[in-house]
Design a protein around this ligand. Structure first.
Ligand SMILES: Cc1cc2nc3c(=O)[nH]c(=O)nc-3n(C[C@H](O)[C@H](O)[C@H](O)COP(=O)(O)OP(=O)(O)OC[C@H]3O[C@@H](n4cnc5c(N)ncnc54)[C@H](O)[C@@H]3O)c2cc1C
Length: 385
């Protein structure tokens, strides 16, 4: 449930003129993953967010379980979901037993666990308005750092022009969080009468259920579909949470700032899954920044290498974007048959194995340091089957 803890009024002292080695704008999945990689680097790392860490979640908070251990955040887990079901009006319910499970977690706890791994990094609540060169403009004054990270989500606060719906490549999602003990799997609802281009979901989280809908078309509203799905599932329409999120890769850097997570479009089209990708690209970005701090490469070289890493994933994002266009266009009977055909275990294992590989937790498992030799690209994760 949303709780406001952010400092107001006199508690919001001026930060004007503050300097740091790295300023990370956004203290959610992406920003904390970057800061975590800089722990022990001896750098002055300042993390900014308009809210306190973990104060405000806008997500169903489900990730592939292997990522929980990889990030050292298992204690935030609420429920492990071993399977996924897909329900269509004509085809009924098809269940897939996954080669890996999902875990529904508690946002506040997970953010706190990540923050505990961020070493000497400092945190301030401040709303970022924009940037001029190496200076970040906030509601608490102007702050400067040679290394800037935009991890503030789809709005891309360090970039102009800002991405704006409905013209931008954004999806929109809204969910309710009723207390409800039911559910064992991550359930997906594909019904064009419910939502024209998108899907509905139910994510059980040990006594709470996260029920929502997303639309790939930012012009389509999601409140009515979410209310309808909640009514169909017989759960209360309480504790609404929603946001926009990207479905197209953007640039990895803008000017001298590094973009990570939703700000770089690191959210998979089709599934709308953006937490593990925020971890994944946050780690990659953090490691590049660390080599700059260590004096092993320049900021420009780090930007080039991070951009190359980001671009190596473009094909997977493009494939998911094609499926995002194709699946809503399929005649419903064909979609139902396809979902049944795909439920063969061999196919499930292959499809979901491929999906996990696109942002694999083995990248996190590599301990920070020793540093990658100068000029060598960041290793692509080794990909166990
Ligand atoms: C309803 C819904 C359900 C979802 N469910 C899932 C799911 O179950 N699993 C999954 O993988 N993905 C899910 N997603 C997508 C996922 O939430 C995003 O992809 C993910 O949160 C991106 O992480 P991030 O750190 O890049 O950005 P965010 O999590 O959006 O974090 C951005 C941070 O920046 C801060 N910020 C923003 N603007 C400013 C500013 N001007 N100044 C200072 N700080 C600022 C925010 O307060 C926030 O803390 C869902 C999305 C929605 C909308």
């Amino acid at each position: 449930m949303t709780r406001r803890a952010t400092a107001r009024g006199a508690a919001r002292t001026s930060l004007d003129g503050r300097r740091a080695d790295v300023i990370v704008c956004g203290a959610s999945f992406a920003g904390l993953s970057v800061a975590r990689e800089l722990a022990g680097a001896g750098a002055d790392v300042l993390v900014l967010d308009r809210y306190e860490i973990g104060e405000r979640a806008t997500s169903a908070c489900a990730v592939p379980t292997p990522w929980m251990a990889a990030m050292g955040v298992e204690a935030a887990a609420r429920q492990v979901l071993p399977g996924m079901s897909f329900t269509t009006p004509r085809g009924g319910r098809v269940r897939y037993a996954l080669p890996w499970s999902w875990t529904a977690f508690d946002y506040r706890t997970l953010c706190q666990l990540l923050w505990e791994q961020c070493g000497d990094a400092r945190f301030e609540t401040a709303t970022v308005h924009g940037r001029t060169g190496d200076t970040v403009h906030t509601d608490r004054g102007d702050l400067t750092a040679p290394l800037l990270v935009d991890a503030a989500g789809w709005r891309r606060v360090l970039t102009t022009p800002h991405v704006q719906p409905p013209d931008a490549a954004l999806s929109r999602g809204l969910e309710v969080h009723p207390h409800d003990p039911q559910g064992t799997d991550l359930d997906v609802y594909l019904d064009r009468d419910l939502i024209r281009r998108g899907y509905g979901w139910s994510v059980p989280a040990a006594g709470e259920r996260r029920v929502g809908t997303l639309s790939y078309d930012p012009r389509d509203h999601v409140k009515q579909p979410t209310r309808r799905l909640a009514q169909e599932l017989d759960v209360e329409t309480v504790r609404y949470q929603g946001n926009w999120f990207p479905h197209a890769l953007q640039q990895a850097t803008t000017g001298t700032a590094f973009c990570v997570g939703d700000s770089a479009g690191h959210c998979f089209p089709l599934s709308g899954e953006g937490i593990r990708t925020a971890f994944y690209f946050g780690i990659a970005c953090g490691r590049e920044l660390r080599t700059v701090i260590d004096g092993d490469q320049t900021r420009e070289q780090a930007a080039d290498r991070y951009t190359a890493f980001h671009e190596r994933h473009r094909a997977a994002f493009t494939r998911a974007a094609r499926l995002q266009r194709l699946i809503p266009a399929l005649p419903p009977p064909i979609l139902s048959v396809l979902l049944r055909t795909m439920s063969v275990q061999f196919v499930v294992d292959r499809a979901f194995g491929w999906y996990l590989q696109q942002a694999h937790p083995s990248l996190a498992a590599r301990p920070p340091g020793p540093r990658a030799p100068h000029g060598r690209p960041i290793e692509h994760a080794t990909l166990p089957r």
